[in-house]
Design a binder for this molecule. Structure first.
Ligand code: G6P
Length: 468
């Protein structure tokens, strides 16, 4: 790893993120099979191509990834860092997902947590080690004056650390999450809050998904650091990838799953769709409570509607996520045992991740339910109206970043208000077809205003324009 500040690498554009674009699984015969991931960053980076000297630095996350690093197996344009598993676990599970994620999404049950104790301090040490490994790898790989685009809350300290190693680089950091309000952020120990902010302020540019999160960051920087200093702030509202989604959602495997899903739903019924990682911030339980309330308060919907809820496992190393997954399952079962009739299952819950089936559900959606407690953007809100065959109605939390762009044509809810959400579901289900189609058209236009490739290029160009 680099320990000097001499220019050593050749990459001109570098992306750094915890989760990379490819992951390896060890097959039964011991061979490694790569699987490419999706998401905005993957399609965004593909817009500039490897010939532009782009390099993606990411963590080795699975056993297969570590084996790939050990054997020197890899893809052009990707460098995986085999950070020791225990250090990674402390940094990723302990700090990134249990502290920073919780702070930005307001997830703590504050009478009991957080308790920033000795164990937290130990894990914070791992977070620093893990960030330093990234900073050193980037310093080693970057060519003179290269642009380095650091992603997300896993890597808050990287800009500051990298700046010290390589003052010549142009560095940005992008937050794919919300940013905490001042009164919540100040729960962090003072020195840690300062480190997070100063780490990020080592960047030339900081990017956020909405003005609201950018303003929250600025407020924290003003309160707990010396303001923004030289660092510029940009808002880049990642949009849906319309071309990809339209084509992908008409492929044969999706058509097959539509047939299977129709079977599960039953003929002539309306469909309320939600697709999420089983994530505390997604508010799946209150979504189910609202649906139960709909069935209770509006009996006319019984047997005439099905709630298709896909809740895919996420961060299962954390007990609180496992418990949440169990609560979702329990409540879905409860609703079904309370209301099901022969031939009608009120909640169709699937927990096994299947992208083709998600797209099938998108196509069949009459209503999309997106009710997070707080969310950086929420791309599902942008994708369902675009993919749905008939143009769906959108029930949308005002706490999702997507609300800033889609609020006018969605039915907007306070995510904590179950009664209001139930009423919103009824309103969405009864929206006249022409109005639904009109709104879906406008939702789609707003949702696709900044496709991933342009989203990425805008940030890259703005960063390249920084003078150093
Ligand atoms: C959010 C974060 C991403 C993260 C994703 C999935 O969108 O902003 O950085 O990759 O969730 O979470 P995971 O922990 O599985 O990477």
């Amino acid at each position: 790893m680099a320990s000097t500040s001499s220019v050593q690498g050749a990459a001109q554009v570098l992306v750094a993120s915890n989760r990379g674009p490819v992951s390896y699984a060890v097959q039964e015969d011991g061979s490694l099979s790569p699987k490419r991931g999706g998401g905005g960053l993957v399609s965004g980076l593909s817009a500039i191509g490897p010939e532009a000297g782009a390099l993606w630095v990411c963590s080795a996350l699975s056993d297969g990834d570590r084996e790939a690093v050990r054997q020197g197996v890899g893809e052009d344009g990707v460098r995986m860092l085999a950070i020791p598993a225990d250090v990674h676990a402390d940094a990723y599970n302990g700090i990134a997902n249990s502290v920073l994620w919780f702070v930005h999404h307001l997830l703590y049950q504050t009478p009991l947590e957080p308790a920033f104790d000795a164990e937290f301090r130990r894990q914070w040490g791992s977070y620093e080690t893990y960030n330093r490994a990234f900073a050193e790898a980037l310093a080693e790989e970057a060519g003179e004056g290269a642009a380095v685009l650091v992603q997300d809350y896993h890597l808050c300290l990287v800009p500051g650390m990298l700046r010290e190693l390589r003052p010549d680089l142009r560095i940005s950091h992008f937050s794919h999450t919300p940013w905490a309000p001042v009164d919540y952020f100040r729960m962090l120990p003072d020195d840690i809050a300062g480190q997070v902010l100063r780490g990020m302020l080592g960047a030339d540019r900081l990017g956020f998904l909405t003005r609201r999160w950018a303003d929250a960051f600025t407020a924290c920087a003003t309160e707990f650091a010396d303001g923004l200093g030289e660092t510029r702030i940009g808002v880049h509202g990642l949009g849906a990838d319309a071309d990809f989604l339209r084509a992908r959602s008409h492929e044969a495997d999706v058509e097959e799953r539509i047939v299977a899903l129709r079977e599960e739903i039953g003929a002539g019924r309306k469909t309320i769709v939600r697709v999420d990682r089983t994530e505390l911030s997604k508010n799946i339980v209150r979504g189910l409570l609202a649906y139960r309330r709909l069935l209770e308060s509006r009996p006319e919907w019984r047997e005439r509607v099905v709630h298709v809820a896909f809740a895919y496992p996420s961060r299962q190393d954390l007990a609180v996520y496992r418990d949440y997954t169990a609560s979702v399952q329990r409540l879905a079962d409860e609703i079904n045992s309370q209301y099901a009739t022969p031939g009608w299952t009120p909640v169709v819950l699937h927990v096994k991740d299947d992208f083709a089936r998600s797209l099938a559900a998108y196509r069949l959606a009459d209503v999309a339910l997106v009710n997070p407690i707080r969310d950086g953007m929420n791309l599902v809100a942008k994708e369902v109206p675009l993919v749905s065959d008939e143009g769906c109605a959108l029930v949308l939390s005002r706490e999702a970043g997507a609300y800033e762009e889609l609020g006018d044509d969605a039915i907007v809810v306070n995510p904590y208000d179950v009664e209001q959400t139930a009423a919103a579901l009824h309103e969405a289900l009864t929206m006249p077809a022409h109005e639904r189609a009109e709104r879906a058209k406008r939702l789609t236009a707003a949702a696709t205003a900044l496709p991933p490739a342009q989203w990425f290029l805008d940030q890259l160009n703005a960063l390249k324009a920084v003078s150093r």
